[in-house]
Design a protein around this ligand. Sequence first.
Ligand code: ZN
Length: 84
Amino acid sequence: MKLRTARIVVWSMMAAAVLSGLIALVSQSPVAYVLMGLALAAELIVFFTFIRCPHCSRHLDRAGMNSEIEYCPFCGESLKDRDE
Ligand SMILES: [Zn+2]
């Protein structure tokens, strides 16, 4: 998975978790709580697995979620996708 794709997935999962969390609070539906948990789990898995430098493979942490970041803070290589 590309860094840019991974960012989109993480943001989407975060939004899905917040949304299902709100639905869970309002409706008290166990299904909504389960969906919130699944979205949070998926978000964390994608965050820790795919938010990485494509060159040195180090986890970029929250800095990697910022699409303005151009260079890896560890190895200094460009983080821009080649086809961008
Ligand atoms: Zn790197």
